[in-house]
Design a protein around this ligand. Structure first.
Ligand SMILES: NC(=O)c1ccc[n+]([C@@H]2O[C@H](COP(=O)([O-])OP(=O)(O)OC[C@H]3O[C@@H](n4cnc5c(N)ncnc54)[C@H](OP(=O)(O)O)[C@@H]3O)[C@@H](O)[C@H]2O)c1
Length: 249
């Protein structure tokens, strides 16, 4: 397992699902973790469960000032920031392009695309000043393939994948390692929303088709180690058997 003792990790969307599993996995690897989400009580409970090496920072990633304040809170608590996990995301609105509510559509872009930019924008100067860091962004197959009813999700994830490439291009010389993770389908609340919508082939999958959130969490920890160096500026897909083997899944 990748050893992260003494490192500080900031995880967005840590109140449930992949983000909560990642918080536990990073803490188990020895890292100090800053848990970000809008649901204050949930992240406070998780921080309490993890113990002294965790802080809970209520944050809406759609607001840059929230993300900036969270970075300051992390630096104040831990004196450093080594890893950002851009995980927060929403699937709604699930609607055809001819019917989707424009305001709801824009909100998905605010969270899934601008939220990722806000994270990168807030940590890149801090990491550059300190000699580098790792910025991991949870991507999706939807970044590369359109799915019915998911135009906001697909467009935002495609944009976020480009942000990983841009971040690598601009940050690699300063020691910033930017990598995306495409997890496949994962058994979380997001898949419950997808199932309930009945829209597109993903909603037809059986619950047993999904992997547990602990799998992408383990991959995110692994991505902080030297073995992931070959994927800088790219996406790692957990659907690939070679990657699953390397991660130990
Ligand atoms: N599940 C899958 O099959 C799957 C597949 C591919 C990619 N992904 C990606 O994996 C990531 C995590 O998804 P999940 O499946 O774990 O979903 P989830 O269980 O619905 O969790 C989503 C997380 O994002 C947070 N979040 C949503 N909007 C936010 C905002 N404006 N500011 C801060 N946090 C916000 C939520 O916290 P609050 O509501 O408390 O703010 C929650 O912690 C997402 O980026 C998703 O697109 C998931």
């Amino acid at each position: 397992m990748t050893e992260l003792t003494g490192k500080a990790v900031m995880i967005t969307g840590a109140s449930r699902g992949i983000g909560a599993a990642a918080a536990r996995a990073f803490a188990e690897a020895g890292a100090q973790v800053a848990l970000l989400a809008r649901s204050g009580p949930e992240i406070a409970d998780l921080a309490g469960e993890i113990g002294q090496s965790a802080i809970a920072v209520p944050c809406n990633v759609a607001r840059f000032t929230d993300v900036e304040a969270a970075v300051r809170a992390c630096l104040q608590a831990f004196g450093r920031l080594d890893v950002l996990v851009n995980n927060a995301g929403v699937i709604e609105p699930i609607a055809g392009m001819a019917e989707a509510d424009p305001d709801a559509w824009a909100t998905a872009i605010d969270v899934n695309l601008k939220g990722v930019f806000h994270g990168m924008r807030a940590v890149m100067p801090v990491m550059a000043e300190r000699g580098g860091g790792t910025i991991l962004t949870v991507s999706s197959g939807a970044a590369h393939h359109p799915l019915e009813g998911w135009s906001a999700y697909c467009a935002s994830k495609a944009g976020a994948a480009m942000l990983t490439r841009s971040c690598d291009l601009e940050g690699r010389a300063q020691g910033i390692r930017a990598i995306g993770l495409s997890p496949g389908t994962v058994a979380t609340d997001m898949q419950r929303e997808i199932k309930a919508s009945g829209v597109n082939p993903v909603s037809q999958l059986d619950w047993s088709d999904h992997i547990p959130p602990e799998a992408p969490a383990k991959a995110l920890v692994w991505m902080c180690g030297p073995e992931a160096e070959d994927w800088l500026g790219q996406e790692i897909s957990l659907r690939e058997p070679q990657i699953r083997q390397k991660v130990g899944l």
